[in-house]
Design a protein around this ligand. Structure first.
Ligand code: GTP
Ligand code: MG
Length: 199
């Protein structure tokens, strides 16, 4: 699935610029700097497909990638939410864009909600999860940057995150543990995406 053609399609700064909703879409959401763009690159095995950066707030629009030729599905790389350093107006703009896309996109098959292994679920993550619950958009929680914490810490965070996820009706019960850096959990993520595309 990811060994065939993959290409950047377009950036949508506003909903009116979304691509035609003709194939399933899979979205990657999460706080700024959590590793969304890096995980897309690891999953597609293409460095530099999605732009990454050390500075939070790198991805500022909804970026769409076409998977397969003929086209099979699309990946949407989203701006991060809850980035306090950006001007309030910008944060608000991203928030509306993210919420409107996630709530209203008929072809959106699944959202992967990324959580930094060092930080666990923050209030803003729970807000997004609640929004997805209400909109009945199925999502799966993914821990990122697993290489940054010790195994014991990872176990504790994973248990806490799993506990919280269970209380959210639209959340998949199983977490994915990943590291883009060490290529951990990437095959599992690919399988989860494939399953979502076919659902
Ligand atoms: P925004 O677009 O700003 O919302 O960020 P993002 O969620 O797309 O994060 P991005 O992929 O740009 O990664 C942010 C930083 O974290 C970069 O410096 C990455 O190199 C680093 N990073 C991402 N994934 C991993 C990982 O698995 N392990 C480690 N150690 N660093 C990672
Ligand atoms: Mg990004």
């Amino acid at each position: 699935l990811f060994s065939g053609p993959i290409s950047f399609l377009k950036s949508a700064p506003q909903l009116q610029f979304l691509p035609d909703p003709k194939v399933p879409e899979i979205a990657f959401a999460g706080r700024s700097n959590v590793g969304k763009s890096s995980l897309i690159n690891a999953m597609t095995n293409r460095n530099g497909l999605a732009r990454t950066s050390n500075t939070p707030g790198r991805t500022q629009e909804l970026n769409f990638f076409d998977i397969g030729d003929p086209l099979i599905f699309r990946i949407c790389d989203m701006p991060g939410y809850g980035y306090a350093k950006a001007p309030p107006k910008v944060v608000q703009k991203w928030r509306f864009l993210i919420n409107d896309y996630l709530r209203g996109r008929a072809v959106l098959k699944r959202t992967f909600v990324l959580i930094d292994s060092r930080h666990g679920i923050k209030p803003v993550d729970e807000e997004v999860m609640e929004m997805l619950d209400k909109a009945a958009v199925s999502y799966r929680v993914v821990l990122t940057k697993a290489d940054k914490v010790k195994q014991e810490e990872l176990d504790v965070t994973a248990a806490k995150v799993a506990e919280i996820s269970k209380k959210h009706p639209a959340a998949h019960p199983d977490l994915l543990l990943t590291s883009s850096e060490k290529k951990q959990g990437i095959d599992e993520l690919r399988l989860a995406v494939l399953e979502a595309v076919q659902s």
